[in-house]
Design a protein. Structure first.
Length: 620
């Protein structure tokens, strides 16, 4: 087939040709996928149009292999500057669909930087979206730092966005670290927004290139985050090449946090690729606090590799509280990886803290994946607090992760608190996404007790999301009892969103509900604006609701202004509540040595003589 000419530009394949088609203008048939993946053997990528090049790259991405990567790089090397530009634009429009898509910009920017770094930077600065800049910064500045370090740093430091600037400088430093880690470290020093992993990476590469120099630089650092990150890099770099030497080096540090961190890093890495060697090293240590610390830090890495072997090791080599903590760690990991097996082994543990925590961990992990199996297992446990807690956890996770299946399961459960627990959990979960639909479901349950439990759960969740909408639903579809029973929750949530609307609604309720609702509104209003709240409270009708609101006001201000609090306490209508609040304020005055002031307040008040005498006697 005939191929139209592609834009003329610079080629990177070293042949000296332009990007135009070959003289014969013919390209072999590309219908064979195998042929395409292999790069159309015998066909020069430079003879393809940009559209055909992008199509070939897509085909190669779908079959990741070494030969595909080489063929892909050959296509990139054949691109002109305008074609690289077009390829990046195409990626930006289509988005990222695979790991190859995230790696590919590096190859494109490497090619573009070799041709025209300023144009590549202009594209990054002016055409890339903010999200693309996060990805492109590493590709562009890593490649640019190889060809022109000073220019790359000048451009990076000129970026106005602090986060984007930090990413660009990080990319320059990481590129430099492979050649000159000391220079990379100096480049990072004193800069803001540099992530800890940058220092770790620099020192890891430094340790691989010149261990003594890396250690010397680490030891010269003052205590702090950078020194901690540098230590992680040194230990990881050394452990990668000689883990035994890394362990010995860690052991040579003075006892303390650095030594513990170094040992933890080395042992964890050791267990990842040589379980037996790590165990042998630990067994060779002298008994004592150091060995226990190392064992404790190693248990997590051991349990990730082989939890059952880790369990045997802990039981054979550890004792006391450290042993208990280690076994708990092993069962936590085992519960995550193989909950059914963990459930079998936990029955062999003696009753106590480890057993209790492990049962809970298994229930938590297993019920998140297979709640029915977890519930069946929990029901086989001995009756007691552990069994009850594990069952509550399993039922709640059932509702959280599989609400549709939980609704079906619920209908076959016997009456009792377990059924109520699941009902409440389902109601709460459903109301997070669609509270009105959850309420309709709750009302559809034929069992009156079940329906009430579900509805109460829905109401509590809905109240804190949209109390006004909940109230509208209850007024149209609910009962007065449901509104009264939940008046306090509705008022509390509504007051956080709209104080005045909540206050107006609270005053429309019947006496008992009004008292609770007004108390919640007053509490929120006092936190928001004490003066405004006190004016509103003063205008309330005398009665239980006002008394409750005044008590809230007294509790709010009695420490900061006991005299004012006493003046409010005197106005409480209910004698028992009034006596409690007046004594509370007088106690505060007495505690601060203000007895004379307290006496004057009592004598000048409108309290009955008997109440005055009680307070005066208390002061004496």
């Amino acid at each position: 087939m005939s191929v139209p000419e592609s834009p003329v530009g610079v080629s990177l394949n070293g042949t000296g040709r332009t990007d135009g088609p070959a003289s014969d203008g013919q390209v072999p048939d590309e219908t064979s996928e195998i042929g395409g993946i292999l790069g159309l053997a015998g066909t020069d990528p430079g003879r393809l149009t940009i559209e055909q090049k992008l199509e070939r790259i897509d085909m190669l991405k779908r079959s990741p292999s070494l030969s595909s990567t080489i063929a892909m790089l050959d296509v990139v090397a054949s691109m002109s500057e305008s074609e690289v530009h077009k390829a990046l634009q195409d990626m930006g429009e289509r988005g990222m669909g695979s790991l190859q898509d995230y790696m590919f910009p590096y190859h494109l920017f490497t090619a573009w930087v070799e041709m025209n770094p300023k144009a590549a930077y202009a594209y990054y600065e002016n055409e890339a979206s903010p999200s693309q800049k996060q990805m492109y910064a590493t590709s562009l500045f890593s490649a640019w730092a190889v060809t022109d370090l000073d220019a790359a740093m000048t451009a990076a430091e000129g970026i106005q966005n602090e986060q984007q600037q930090a990413m660009a400088i990080s990319a320059v430093a990481m590129s430099l670290a492979g050649r000159d880690p000391n220079a990379a470290f100096e480049l990072l020093q004193g800069r803001e927004n540099i992530k800890p992993w940058n220092y770790t990476t620099v020192f890891m590469l430094w340790a691989a290139q010149d261990l003594d120099a890396a250690i010397a630089r680490f030891q010269s650092l003052p205590l702090g985050d950078i020194r901690r990150d540098a230590l992680a890099g040194v230990m990881n770099g050394l452990a990668h090449s000689n883990v035994e030497r890394a362990a010995q080096m860690a052991m040579s540090f003075e006892a303390g946090e650095e030594r513990d961190n170094a040992l933890s890093l080395v042992i964890n890495r050791w267990f990842n690729y040589d379980f037996e060697g790590a165990v042998q090293f630990i067994n060779g240590l002298e008994e004592g606090a150091d060995k226990n610390k190392i064992l404790s830090s190693a248990v997590w890495a051991m349990s990730r590799q082989d939890p059952e072997q880790a369990l045997e090791f802990v039981q054979a080599n550890m004792s006391g509280r450290a042993r208990d903590d280690a076994i708990t760690t092993v069962f936590r990991q085992m519960a995550n990886d193989a909950p059914a097996r963990a459930a079998e082994l936990v029955s062999e543990l003696p009753y106590g803290r480890v057993y209790s925590q492990s049962v809970q961990n298994i229930a938590q992990q297993w019920s998140g994946r297979d709640p029915v199996a977890a519930i069946e297992w929990v029901n086989t446990l001995p009756a007691g607090e552990e069994q009850e807690r594990a069952l509550r956890t399993s039922l709640r996770n059932f509702a959280m992760y599989q609400p549709a299946e939980a609704k079906v399961y619920l209908l076959n459960m016997p009456e009792g608190k377990d059924r109520n627990t699941l009902t409440s959990a389902i109601g709460g979960k459903l109301s997070e996404a669609d509270p009105e639909a959850a309420a309709v479901w709750a009302q559809s349950l034929t069992d009156a007790e079940l329906s009430g439990t579900a509805m109460n759960s829905v109401i509590k969740t809905w109240a804190f999301r949209d109390p006004a909408a909940l109230l509208g639903f209850l007024e149209a579809n609910g009962t007065e009892a449901q509104i009264s029973e939940n008046a306090s929750s509705i008022a509390e949530a509504w007051a956080r969103k709209d104080l005045k609307s909540a206050a107006e609604w609270a005053l429309t309720l019947d006496a008992e509900s009004r008292r609770d609702a007004v108390a919640q509104v007053a509490k929120e209003w006092l936190e928001h604006n004490t003066e405004e709240a006190s004016v509103w409270i003063s205008e309330l009708d005398v009665g239980p609701a006002k008394d409750q609101a005044i008590r809230g006001l007294v509790n709010k201000v009695y420490r900061s202004d006991a005299s004012a609090a006493f003046a409010w306490a005197v106005t409480i209508d209910n004698q028992q509540q009034r006596e409690r609040s007046t004594r509370q304020t007088i106690s505060e005055l007495k505690r601060n040595g203000r007895e004379e002031e307290a006496i004057k307040l009592i004598r000048r008040s409108d309290l009955a003589d008997a109440e005055k005498e009680k307070l005066l006697e208390y002061l004496d």
